[in-house]
Design a protein around this ligand. Sequence first.
Ligand code: UDP
Ligand code: MG
Length: 314
Amino acid sequence: MDISIVVPVYNEQDNVEAVYTALSATLKGMDCDYEIVMVDDGSSDGSYSELARLAAGDPALKVIRFRRNFGQTAAMSAGFDYARGDVVIPIDGDLQNDPADIPRLLEKIDEGYDVVSGWRRDRKDTFITRKIPSLLANAIISYLTGVHLHDYGCTLKAYRREVLEGINLYGEMHRFVPALACQFGARVMELPVNHRPRLHGVSKYGISRTLRVILDLMTVKFLMSYSTKPIQLFGRWGVYTILAGVCSGAMTLYMKLFEHLSMNRNPLLIITCFLLFMGVQFIVMGLLGELNARTYFESQGKPIYVVKDRINLG
Ligand code: UDP
Ligand code: MG
């Protein structure tokens, strides 16, 4: 199998047929072995019966149906798990992405990139609630992860399959795959793609997504930088706060001895107690994190490194 297309579908009954037809037309013109994996994420409309009807006439269309709505990340994750292609391409199920961009993504994969990320340069969504938050979010994500992309949120991307194998997705994390992949040494690049307004159905997201993305970003940043060494993050802050506590304690003493300011009248004493207490908490948290890191890596036999090549090692 050369190519697997993964389509998350949630209440898109008026879109699935058009998406399927457009994808099939593009893929048939490409002379390759392909499959289209459509994941019905617990739709409550007629999406599934549409999918079942289409799949009856085409063995290349594979359908997975969730028992309830688990979210776009879960839907894409299921698609990735079932996909058998060497290249896996997720795409939205509402035709906002253009299947005609797929050959261009594949060209870049052939050039040796492991991840080609779509960039909706001319995005057809509302300005205030979608484009502005997205602009900010992309800037912050790029800065924190060190993987500079204009459009993390674009579903249309192309992945070499090996890249996806080591990555488990939670929360809203499908958008962070390029950053996570880069951590494993993947070559990531960005390609402007077409974007169209939604013609049928409604968007499943509102402004509240921004907060969810920011929270997930914290997790991703933590996992990328400190998952194998949590004490380096928490321990450092622990030491800083304890040092600040010692300074403010010394100050309190100095003020008592030389300026005759009674300690129980000096707010610095309370600050000292807080800082020392917080410092100890941070360090304990770091140690607990270390314990968890060991459970996480060792229980699953996860290495903390990624090997690219081996010579004379079988
Ligand atoms: N989607 C999904 N599960 C959800 C929400 C969305 O599978 O819980 C799918 C949806 O059917 C669509 C894609 O994810 O194919 C993107 O959703 P949407 O178009 O609503 O997002 P937007 O383009 O507005 O950011
Ligand atoms: Mg959409």
